[in-house]
Design a protein around this ligand. Sequence first.
Ligand code: C5P
Length: 406
Amino acid sequence: MVSGKRVLLIIAGGIAAFKSLELIRNLRRRDIAVRCILTQAGSQFVTPLSLAALTEDKVYQDLFSLTDESEMGHIELSRDADLVVVAPATANILAKMRAGIADDLATTALLATDKPVYVAPAMNVRMWEHAASQDNIAVLQERGVKIIGPEEGDMACGEYGLGRMSEPETIAEAIENFFLEAGQPNTKSLIGKKAIVTSGPTHEAIDPVRYLANHSSGRQGHAIAKALAAEGAETVLVSGPTQLPDPGGVTVKHVQSAEDMLAACQAALPADIVVCAAAVADWRIDNPPLEKIKKNGSLPSLNLVENPDILAHLSQIDKNRPELVIGFAAETEDVVTYAQAKLAKKGCDWIVANDVSPETGTFGGTNNTVHVISGDGVEDWPTLSKEDVGRKLTTRIVNFLETPSK
Ligand code: C5P
């Protein structure tokens, strides 16, 4: 299934470009053909001659080369492969990919391709951790780009941290796995099932212009909805206000407040699966005024009342209760202990507990470290992208629905 597959490898300008030579050898050993696009900056680190020798193919460098265009047009080049891989993917090329900039052959091919894209980022730790890079990565992931690495270690610049490109073996393995999985028959296990997912924060009006909210980005809930839909479930995503695009293949109900969110969930019932990933505000302002509160020298007093607990409501439906109701528990300390108490209190079936203390960067970040608590005990998952948490949770849901005792 892997033999004879074709990879278009885009080599951008980073010191890690030397590893792309080993990556090509590694892929060729697996009988995967490689064709390279070398950026101008990339050519400062590896020569077209080495790449041509290892790939046994021409190396493409210039968007406006008449010879290249007559041999293989750049659109054709971007579509001829089975998979496009950017390694090393510098902060610069990732930013261009996110923005849709096409100012050289590499970025033009990336914009024109209709094939799956993998990127192996490589950059200085501070560049990687910069909000701009993290934001770019998150957007690319949401668009379906797969990220390999980066890894932690010593850097060429003398610093230590996250940002080293993954080893050629790791990247080659991810590519091989992609081809192996793509060759499997498409058996969607949740066809015929209906899922409701809540996501994002809620906004609770203080007056017509102000509100109470929290830092939830909605990334985890959206990723779960996407993964459930990809597995064939008819999925309704009830989302509070977020910056995220609506995931494809999912019915999205946009809401503001906890009360709206509960009403939208109830309207979407009956369902087989419910996942409450929203960070619902615990309180709202009792009877918010219809006019903006004026600054008149004295402090306004805000009378808070408790919001409905959507998870508890959906867990405790008498008739036609969803077969599986899953809650989240965002905690900053004793994550598992508090989550276990929550499972019992709310009456849901599983709790996905995550540590959202500021140092973990979970809120708004791209990764999540979770513990899944069910009647069977506690499962500690490794740190995964939120997309992967969505997929792994979906696999667990599929297994449960097939054998509910598990
Ligand atoms: O009680 P706590 O907010 O920590 O519980 C978190 C879980 O409960 C999450 O699954 C969240 O979506 C859900 N929840 C809810 N309605 C609320 C508060 C929390 O559905 N009002």
